[in-house]
Design a protein. Sequence first.
Length: 191
Amino acid sequence: MEMLKERIIESGQNLGGGILKVDGFVNHQVDAVLMDACGKEFARLFSQIGATKILTAEISGIAPAVFTGKHMNLPVVYARKSKPITMPDQVFLTLAPSHTKGRMVELIVSPEYLAGGERVLIIDDFLASGATILGLARLARTAGANLVGIGTLIEKSFESGRQTLRELNVPIISLVSIASMENGQIIFEED
């Protein structure tokens, strides 16, 4: 998606170690026009999968997931990283390593919002190692839901995420794919 690629070139920062800083337009400050365009593109690309719910992870996946939900007319559930007192005692919980936090994080969803028989589309900001998305897939499976697709804004194809997720046997679509981040550069996969 050219609009997203241009914004990464303009505002993204390669911090080294495979970390791409996009918080100026994806998760700390959100470019609503860009996220709306990304959501519209995901809705087009996933129009035939029959999703009934979108699942993402707090916080970075919320903006692309919400705008995708808007265009697909679907509710969006995000896995919390800490359990608020308003959440029931019995929850769906898994652990996943966080690349940017450098530690394991909890992913928690209330059974009120993720149920058996639902057809879940996972939307997230990055596909890198695939660990967070695998955690979300585990939550969906634990709830008895069916995973029907995975969409990410940015894939780091130089990491093993796509290969890790192949076992899920669902369509995996990334709007932009980065082939390399060596030497402070951001090199995109050829379209």
